[in-house]
Design a protein around this ligand. Sequence first.
Ligand SMILES: [Zn+2]
Length: 371
Amino acid sequence: MSKLSSLFSSLIFLLLTICACEAQTTETTTLPQEEKVKTNAPVQPRLYTVIGVGDMMLGTNYPSKNHLPPNGGADLLSDVNHILQDADVTFGNLEGTILDKGGTAKRCQNPNLCYAFRSPESYIQHFVNAGFDVVSIANNHTGDFGPSGRKKTKEVLRNSGIAFAGLAGTDEVAFFERAGKRWGFCAFAPNSGTCDIRQLSYARSIVERVAAESDIVIVSFHGGAEGAKNQRVTKATEKYYGENRGNVHAFAHTVIDAGADIVFGHGPHVTRAMELYNDRIIAYSLGNFCTYGRFNLRGAAGIAPILKVHVDDRGRFVYGQLTPIYQQKTHGPKVDPQNRAIRKIKELTKQDFPNTPLEIYEDGTIFKTEF
Ligand SMILES: [Zn+2]
């Protein structure tokens, strides 16, 4: 299909979807049940909206409270709360422990260079206020304060109503109900105690289990090498400082073959390309979303997307929207008037997946180019 005709069909599809939604709304609000049956008009299926963001660490009280943001962190997400709330399901990667004090900090040679993240328990409310429904705890920081840190983090999440998964043996899967659908979730990483991104047959069996028990499956991974020099998806096993960080491309395809519908990647602290595989969307890295204090936010590490995807009732990608954000040391995510994250993802997607049937536009809309 030519570019022009695929763009045209994307727009027609979108218009039909919007018109159908409006027609459906009118119909259900004005017609009694019997008349509705008589009209026998085709009802356009409802779409489901899912937002994904990358790493979140809203400030740490370790090694000192000086690393906490002003006003108890209440302002950090204020510029983007309304965007995050506007979805059926909102996801992010919880890159740290939630624990007021105590726990066993991971061993570091030099405490000043030790990145162990412990956020106050009250901060959970910021995630609740922003509309988060589900988070990953499979990464290199939720274990920073040992078993008691993990225990408290899980307890706080459970009390808040935010679903979570990512720990091998104990918290491999999560299920929750939203918008009349049963959602399944699992999360992977190369780190100790987490569901291992490098064991593909293990990942496949977990995702198959989740898919058998839910309508739409979201899979998260924290993998790949880090930094601006590692923004490309190499389609090979990635090593970083000698550590095997997984083959994120093989992983993403494996989990989709096993029943995953939406794959949200993060871990490199920079954005990466997107791919559509078997009608399912993969974001290879969503970057640093809200990482206060002890994170490098220079250059590529200071920009990221909020990715919103619209999927059908089987989880198949229909269209999407990227909202570009940027962070600085003095503030949390703000919408980026320069659109840097959109331009970067567009460029990387062209480079890494030139044949993937996605078109990303300057305003951040993402359309399928094959039907
Ligand atoms: Zn990490």
